[in-house]
Design a protein around this ligand. Structure first.
Ligand SMILES: Nc1nc2c(ncn2[C@@H]2O[C@H](COP(=O)(O)OP(=O)(O)OP(=O)(O)O)[C@@H](O)[C@H]2O)c(=O)[nH]1
Ligand SMILES: [Mg+2]
Length: 218
């Protein structure tokens, strides 16, 4: 395939994705559901944080999760243990969730009974940022073991993020990680997104994260 043909195919795929994202926005608007797209590298703690959030929000908000992975249903099973509705979305190889797959997943959730849908995107800081899935906000997730420079190395996801979550804060005494330095790197690409410091182990920052998401309620 020539470069020109590749560009044409890519443009077609993006156009198709935008159509599904728009349809999803309309579906969520009809049901007054707020969808939040969590994006972070493999193992940064997305599922662990969602389990904690589910516990925290359980009493006050009606929540469901769409779990994006390349393979396995491990994460959906972890979420299911918290008692909230969950569907596993498998990409079968793709490094990101496309809007069409998310739209199909939403059809399987009891939207009329929900306030929030959290989407855990495939573990990756690059591709998921490039695909609109019809969400209210993207949230960038980065852990204290990944380094302070991630916002400048992977700028798109941090630039588009409505909030940034630093995870595994309980490990701060044990790793050479400087949270103020992460914030300086973040402010070079995003001057407004709140930086939330969390630990799924201790529960630190979970309430603040839930409050931040609550502020996005449509
Ligand atoms: N110390 C500590 N470990 C954590 C925390 N959150 C997650 N972990 C650990 O980090 C590892 C990965 O956590 P997951 O929640 O599976 O991370 P993930 O981002 O969902 O991973 P993928 O879905 O594979 O991209 C597990 O061993 C967790 O127990 C935390 O707050 N503190
Ligand atoms: Mg996960």
């Amino acid at each position: 395939m020539t470069r020109q043909q590749e560009v044409k195919v890519l443009k077609g795929l993006r156009g198709e994705n935008e159509k599904w994202a728009a349809a999803t926005r309309e579906l969520l608007r009809q049901h007054n559901v707020t969808m939040i797209n969590l994006i972070g590298g493999p193992g940064c703690g997305k599922t662990a944080l969602l389990c904690r959030l589910a516990e925290h929000l359980g009493g006050s908000a009606r929540v469901a999760v769409l779990e994006g992975d390349v393979e396995t249903t491990y994460d959906a099973r972890r979420i299911a243990e918290t008692g909230i509705p969950v569907r596993q979305l498998l990409t079968g190889g793709a490094c990101h969730l496309e809007a069409r797959l998310v739209h199909a997943g939403l059809q399987e959730l009891p939207l009329a009974d929900l306030d929030f849908v959290f989407v855990e995107n495939v573990g990756n800081l690059v591709c998921p940022a490039e695909f609109d899935i019809g969400e209210r906000a993207k949230v960038a997730v980065v852990s204290v073991t990944e380094g302070e420079d991630k916002p400048e190395k992977y700028p798109l996801v941090f630039r588009l993020a409505g909030a940034v979550i630093l995870t595994k804060a309980d490990l701060l005494p044990h790793v050479p990680f400087d949270a103020p330095s992460l914030e300086r790197h973040l402010r070079k690409v995003n001057s407004t997104a709140p930086l939330l410091i969390t630990s799924a182990l201790t529960g630190q920052g979970v309430r603040e994260t839930a409050d931040c998401f609550g502020g996005w309620r449509t």
